[in-house]
Ligand binder design. Sequence first.
Ligand code: BTN
Length: 323
Amino acid sequence: MDLYHLQVLRGLDPGRRVSGWELSRKLGLPASAVSKSIGWLRTRNYQIGGGSAGGYLLGERSSSLYPWEVSAGLNTSGFGKKIHFFSELDSTNSLAFELALAGASEGEAVVAETQNRGRGRLDRVWISPPGVNIYASLILRPRVAMEQVAQISLLAALALARSCSRLWPVSPGLKWPNDVFLGDKKVAGILSEARTEGGEVRFVVSGIGINVNLDPGDLPGEVRARATSVAEFLGYPVSRLRLWRAFLEDFEEVYHDFLRRGLSPFLEEWDRRSILKGRRVKVSGGQEWEGDVTGLDPSGALRLNDREGKPRVVLAGDIKVTM
Ligand code: BTN
């Protein structure tokens, strides 16, 4: 994006008419550049009324996740400082992986308004309708062992739970390993993918899909019954921008703390937010067990007592609550 488009956007005053002449003088830009920028902004859904003679009036700001909107008021040191934004992509995780292979730095993010091949865990499809949700992937370069990569997903889920409860009167639950719930329905999921070389982690891509203003009625039947969105849960639409910024801030804080001190400082909160603790579950996809969840072990694996009361540790798998 040309920088002067952003200057013009900043020069517009919500609720007050500003003439083309005033903008051009204030910004030191030729009048033709101002009117070109106004056109550019209008094609990006900024509601700008009027014309140069009567003055331009900025109405609703765009509700898109444009990088320049995200960066206004973003309080991070690295996460989301560089955002690769697309109106449509196959999968933000796939592109982030390629960018990371090509040398992209820690904290760079890929965001799309819609994905046509959004991927979930266990080879599932992540349904990604345009304009209502958040589909984003962050590139991380942690110096951790391969076994710790799964811990990063646990922390991304925890960070999102914190973000939601900081913004709205909600107390999200966590379903091991990395689903975020509002009430008894899933509102977000995380897919982390790592590149290793010689047994060492070269980078991790942590992708997050959050149902923000989605109407779950638009989802296919079998998913609809298990999914919700922030807006559905609260009963009113919310700002995707605020949530995305809050998540970048919370995830960065949690991640840096994790690099210094490991997972242990987060286990108590994870357990407290867990919707599985004390529940009877069935584990599939790898280890096949049924039992009562007792919590997380220090590595972030799920602990349960099987039907004979024998303690088991689940490292990976799909969990269904049976009772
Ligand atoms: C899950 O719960 O199964 C994980 C869902 C992860 C979806 C996100 S959307 C952004 C990123 N790109 C993808 O293709 N998947 C993740």
